[in-house]
Design a protein around this ligand. Structure first.
Ligand SMILES: *Cc1c(COP(=O)(O)O)cnc(C)c1O
Ligand SMILES: [Zn+2]
Length: 404
């Protein structure tokens, strides 16, 4: 058997690893299945400080096909000051805001673009809520691919500027993310473009599972108790679960079944939270998302159903936070830990706070709060809760009066 193959998540039919993402029989999504070589903790020590250190557990066959901008191995910060404020003794922030393009999307995009190279595709692209645009465009630039971005027109200017700078063909769609996604899917299939989060999705999601690998290694191979994950499409939450399960299967971790997964969504686009609270297994799409957390504004989450299953499997919860709570949480994290995140990270911190208040997290639990994007990407929104400094005359006397 080849090192990797594909398997339908629904009917479990097996496929060879090719440029394919949907099951012929039942239209279920295909996941990468591995025949892992023996690995130990020592396998990874002293390797490069990027997620490519886990090469044996990733779906690229030849190292020469790796397209890397050195993403990953981001800090796992022991957040004692924020923890003290919230009443938690073992709180950690996985700070993915400091990846090369300033969001966790460098993980899935890097794997998908590398796989596009392995498949010999001639162009790549993505449907994006903002951050994936830059992650895909940067990897495409490094790998020498043309890159086509399909994104709703109302995303933050910093994210558009960044993606354009990497040289992408940026298509601003007058519509929602779901509109952009539908168009990207059709054009990707008709032109044979590797759309990283659509027709390359089976490989794409494999990048996000390194968010589990790194946390486990950074905790010296201990299993965390509680994980708070911001959710848009739900691909990341699902991939984090897969990552921990794989570490258990190769005996790098003990039993992971007692972890608790917590899905965090913004009010105004929280279809998974709504389904969870109604105890329903059906996610009803939000037609017009309305939230400051634009990177989570996916009304019809592709992996929504699977997130609900994961929450059930891992005794989890789903909770939402509104714009004010999100922006307050951004400032709380910045002022306690010196970490500046965009609204998606604010959603994680705000929901963490609610979980503690609701008694769903114990003071001694080992808690991982995933902070997935950088505050510099959304300064317009954050500035709304800050006071713009007044310009003062360059006069020591006058300025001295306001320095107390
Ligand atoms: C895309 C994104 C998410 C959500 O990831 P999904 O896999 O779509 O659930 C969370 N945070 C940030 C900063 C993102 O860009
Ligand atoms: Zn199937």
């Amino acid at each position: 058997m080849a090192r990797i193959s594909l398997q339908c998540r629904e009917c479990k039919k097996d496929y060879e690893s090719t440029f394919k993402y949907i099951c012929d029989d039942c239209f279920g999504p295909l996941d990468v299945k591995y025949d892992f070589p023996p690995v130990s903790k020592d396998t990874f020590t002293n390797r490069e400080k990027t997620y490519w250190r886990y090469f044996e557990l990733l779906p690229i066959e030849q190292k020469s096909n790796i397209v890397s901008i050195d993403a990953g191995m981001t800090p796992l910060t022991k957040a004692d000051k924020l923890g003290e404020k919230l009443g938690l003794k073992n709180l950690y922030i996985k700070n993915d805001s400091v990846n090369p393009t300033f969001s966790f999307k460098d993980r899935p995009a890097g794997i998908a673009v590398s796989k596009a190279k392995e498949f010999g595709l001639s162009a790549v692209g993505c449907a994006s809520t903002g951050n994936l645009a830059s992650a895909t465009a940067a990897h495409a630039a490094k790998g020498g691919f043309p890159c086509h971005i399909f994104a709703p027109s109302d995303i933050e200017m910093a994210k558009i500027t960044q993606a354009l700078s990497y040289g992408a063909n940026y298509i601003a769609v007058d519509g929602t993310y779901d509109d952009a996604n539908r168009i990207a899917a059709q054009i990707g299939d008709s032109k044979g473009i590797g759309i990283v989060n659509i027709n390359m999705r089976s490989y794409y999601v494999e990048g996000s599972k390194t968010l589990a690998y790194e946390v486990a290694e950074q905790l010296d191979w201990q299993v965390p108790d509680q994980l708070i994950v911001p959710v848009g499409s739900g691909a990341m939450l699902n991939a984090i679960c897969k990552g921990f399960e794989e570490l258990q299967s190769v005996s790098l971790l003990g039993d992971v079944s007692n972890m608790h997964m917590i899905a965090a969504q913004p009010h105004g686009c929280a279809p998974i939270v709504d389904a969870f609270k109604k105890n329903s297994s059906e996610v009803i799409p939000v037609e017009y998302p309305d939230t400051v957390a634009k990177s989570l504004a996916i009304g019809d989450p592709g992996d929504g159903r699977y997130v609900l299953k994961r929450l059930q499997q891992y005794n989890g919860f789903a909770e939402e936070s509104n714009n004010k709570e999100i922006l307050d949480a951004i400032l709380l994290l910045a002022k306690t830990e010196g970490i500046f995140t965009e609204p998606a990270g604010g959603v994680s911190v705000a929901v963490l706070q609610k979980m503690v208040e609701q008694g769903k997290i114990d003071a001694n639990d080992k808690v991982i709060c995933y902070v997935t994007g950088n505050g510099l990407k959304a300064t317009e929104a954050i500035m709304e809760v800050l006071q713009k400094p007044t310009v003062m005359k360059a006069d020591v006397g006058e300025i001295s009066a306001v320095v107390n």
